[in-house]
Write a new protein. Structure first.
Length: 178
């Protein structure tokens, strides 16, 4: 998988403004801030064969991918590769690195709760509930806390979180006033 630094991607977009840059974050995250030329195609709904069939993306076309940190863009690049797209490039460090480099962003008015926050809230509530139920109902409920803790440790080590994948399929993310 190829990668490109945010500054290099910005220079490329300046010289070739019609390059295909897909932002694979959720629509809410995209609405909060995005690279001006990026097109929002959430990872949860990404179907590369569907894109190819509509003529929006051709298998011989270079597809640039960006997300918040790089993890979802990497997953999207793997999906594209499985579907025969050989030239995918992931923006190194994602939108975080893009923003840190001071590169141009379009910003919306609403702040969005990012994908990790609902996961942390859900995991915390499950661990807390498991502890309470284990103490006052039956000791086996401590297992709930152990399973969630193991899942969070796994997510931290692999940068893949099943709970985030499930929460991403919910109809919309919560918005906070700016």
């Amino acid at each position: 998988m190829k990668t490109i630094l945010p500054s290099e991607m910005n220079d490329l977009l300046a010289s070739q403004p019609f390059l295909l840059l897909l932002d694979v974050r959720t629509p809410g995250e995209y609405a909060e801030a995005h690279v001006p030329q990026a097109r929002n195609t959430p990872l949860a709904t990404l179907a590369t064969t569907g894109l190819a069939g509509t003529g929006a993306v051709w298998p011989d076309e270079t597809v640039y991918l960006i997300c918040r940190s790089r993890a979802r863009a990497t997953i999207a690049a793997e999906k594209f590769a499985r579907d025969g797209f050989e030239d995918t490039v992931v923006v190194e460090g994602g939108l975080r690195a893009w923003s840190r480099a001071g590169l141009p962003l379009e910003r919306g008015k609403a702040r969005v709760i990012g994908p990790e926050r609902p996961v942390r809230i859900s995991a915390g509530m499950l661990v807390f509930s498991g502890i309470l139920l284990g103490r006052f109902v039956h000791p086996w409920f401590f297992g709930v806390s152990a399973i969630v803790a193991a899942g969070m440790a796994f997510a931290g080590m692999t940068d893949f979180c099943r709970m985030d994948s499930l929460l991403a399929k919910l109809p919309s993310r919560s918005r906070l006033p700016s």
